[in-house]
Design a protein around this ligand. Structure first.
Ligand SMILES: Nc1nc2c(ncn2[C@@H]2O[C@H](COP(=O)(O)OP(=O)(O)OP(=O)(O)O)[C@@H](O)[C@H]2O)c(=O)[nH]1
Ligand SMILES: [Mg+2]
Length: 394
C-alpha cells in the first residue's frame, strides 16, 4: 500500500493536507488512490458561496461554520484564491476571517489557488471535494474568487449555490447583469445591516418573478450582526432536500475535468420517459440493462421526481409526478407512459433560443429555468417539433 493510500485510510488532517497538495499537482498516484477509495465516499452537504469581491463571503462562511459546528457537524472549507503571480500559491486572506475556527478539530480550512483556470474554480476542486467526502466531512463550504462574472463552473459541483450581493446598487445591478443570478439557488443580500437591504431583496424578487424563477429564495443576512443565518440555513436544507447534494451526478473526476468541460454542442443530453411509478420501471434499467442509477431527485419547480440513469455520453431519466398538481399527471392521463421529451446539450442557450426563434420555432420558455442540479433549460413547444417536446440544456 502506498503512503498516499495509508494517509487517506488514516483520515488524519495532516495527511489530508498532503493528499490535497498531491491532487493539486495532478499526481497520478493521488488519482489512483482516490479512485480506489471512491466507494467509501459519503455525500456531504456542499454549499457554494460566490459573489463580487468584498461582498462578505468569508465573513458569512465564518458564521456558517459556527452554525454547523453548533449542530455537531464537521465542516470543511475550501477557499479558492487567485493564484499569486509570484509563487502560484494561494492568498491566505480568507483564512484570517475564519481564524477562530483554526483550532477546532471538526473544522478543516484550506485555500486552493485557481491556477489561472477559467470559471473561478481550481482544476483539482472536483477531486478535492470527493476526497473531503471520503474523509467524512458533513458539510463542505466552497468560496470562489469574487470574480462576479464567471463563477458558473462551480454550479454543477455544489447544491445549493449561494450568490451574495450587498445592498449597494452597483453590485446589485452587476449581479443581475452577469450570469450569476441565473445560477443562484439562493440569493443572499449580504451586509443587510446596511441601508437598502429590503429594497434590494424586493428588486431581486421582482426580477426573479419576471424570469419565472420565483421559487428561488432571496434571504437578507448580516454576518456582522449575526442576523438571517437561521433562515439561510433552513433554506439551504430545503434546497438540498429538493435537488440532492452536488455530487451524485458526477462519476469519478479527473484533474481539470470541470474547468474545461467538453460541451459537445447539439449532442444528446438525455431522454425522459414518463412513468406512473419510478419503482416499477427502475429494475429494468438499473438491473436488467445494467445502467448506473445516479440517484433520484425531486424537482419542486416542476413537481416531478427524476431517476437519473447513466449512459456513456448521455442519460435516461425516468420521471414520475411528485404531487397531484404535476403537469406530468395531465400528460400521463392523456398519453400514458412513454417518451416525454428529448434533451440536447448546447454551449450557448440564449443564442440557440434566438436562432431557432428566427427560424420561426416557438418556445415554451425563452428564459432559461433551472433544471436538474441548476443547469439552465429551455423547452421548444411540441407544435414546433411534430408533437415531440424538445429540451435544450446548457
Ligand atoms: N456592514 C457589514 N459589513 C460586512 C458584513 N460582512 C462582511 N462585511 C465587511 O465587508 C468586507 C469584506 O468582507 P469579506 O468577508 O472579506 O468579503 P469577501 O467577499 O470574502 O471578499 P473577497 O474574498 O476579497 O472577495 C470586510 O471589511 C467585512 O468586515 C456585514 O454583514 N455587514
Ligand atoms: Mg473572501
Amino acid at each position: 500500500m502506498s503512503v498516499l493510500d495509508q494517509s487517506l485510510l488514516r483520515r488524519d488532517i495532516q495527511s489530508l493536507a498532503h493528499f490535497i497538495t498531491a491532487l493539486e499537482s495532478d499526481s497520478p498516484a493521488a488519482q489512483a488512490t482516490l479512485k480506489k477509495s471512491w466507494k467509501r465516499r459519503r455525500p456531504a452537504l456542499r454549499i457554494g458561496v460566490t459573489g463580487p469581491a468584498g461582498s462578505g463571503k468569508s465573513t458569512l462562511l465564518d458564521k456558517l461554520i459556527a452554525w454547523y459546528r453548533g449542530k455537531k457537524k464537521t465542516v470543511a472549507v475550501i477557499a479558492i484564491d487567485p493564484s499569486s503571480p509570484a509563487t502560484g500559491g494561494a492568498f491566505l486572506g480568507d483564512r484570517i476571517r475564519m481564524q477562530r475556527h483554526a483550532r477546532d478539530k471538526g473544522v478543516y480550512i484550506r485555500s486552493m489557488a485557481n491556477r489561472a483556470a477559467v470559471g473561478g474554480i481550481a482544476p483539482a476542486l472536483d477531486c478535492v471535494l470527493g476526497t473531503l467526502e471520503i474523509f467524512g466531512f458533513d458539510v463542505i463550504l466552497i468560496e470562489t474568487i469574487g470574480a462576479g462574472q464567471s463563477d458558473t463552473a462551480l454550479r454543477p459541483l455544489c447544491s445549493p449555490l449561494l450568490v451574495l450581493a450587498p445592498p449597494d446598487s452597483v453590485d446589485i445591478v452587476q449581479a443581475m447583469k452577469s450570469g450569476l443570478m441565473e445560477i443562484a439557488d439562493i440569493l443572499v443580500i449580504s451586509k443587510a445591516d446596511l441601508p437598502g437591504a429590503d429594497h434590494a431583496a424586493k428588486t431581486f424578487q421582482q426580477c426573479l418573478t419576471l424570469r419565472g424563477a420565483q421559487q428561488r429564495h432571496v434571504v437578507c443576512v448580516s454576518a456582522l450582526k449575526n442576523s438571517g443565518i437561521e433562515e439561510l440555513t433552513s433554506k439551504i436544507a430545503e434546497q438540498a432536500r429538493n435537488t440532492g447534494t452536488g455530487y451524485p451526478l458526477y462519476s469519478f473526476p479527473k484533474y481539470g475535468d470541470t474547468v474545461h468541460p467538453e460541451i459537445q454542442d447539439g449532442s444528446l443530453h438525455h431522454v425522459a420517459i414518463a412513468v406512473h411509478r419510478i419503482k416499477d420501471h427502475l429494475p429494468l434499467y438499473a438491473k436488467t440493462l445494467g445502467m448506473e442509477h445516479e440517484g433520484t431527485f425531486t424537482l419542486r419547480e416542476y413537481s416531478v421526481r427524476i431517476a437519473a440513469l447513466k449512459l456513456p455520453n448521455a442519460r435516461i431519466e425516468l420521471i414520475e409526478p411528485a404531487g397531484p398538481r404535476s403537469t406530468l399527471t395531465k400528460f400521463l392521463a392523456k398519453r400514458g407512459e412513454g417518451l416525454h421529451h428529448v434533451a440536447f446539450q448546447v454551449a450557448d442557450l440564449p443564442r440557440r433560443v434566438t436562432d431557432l426563434k428566427r427560424s420561426g420555432l416557438k418556445w415554451i420558455n425563452e428564459q432559461p429555468r433551472p433544471g436538474l442540479h441548476g443547469s439552465g433549460i429551455c423547452f421548444l413547444h411540441p407544435s414546433s417539433a411534430k408533437g415531440i417536446l424538445l429540451e435544450f440544456v446548457e
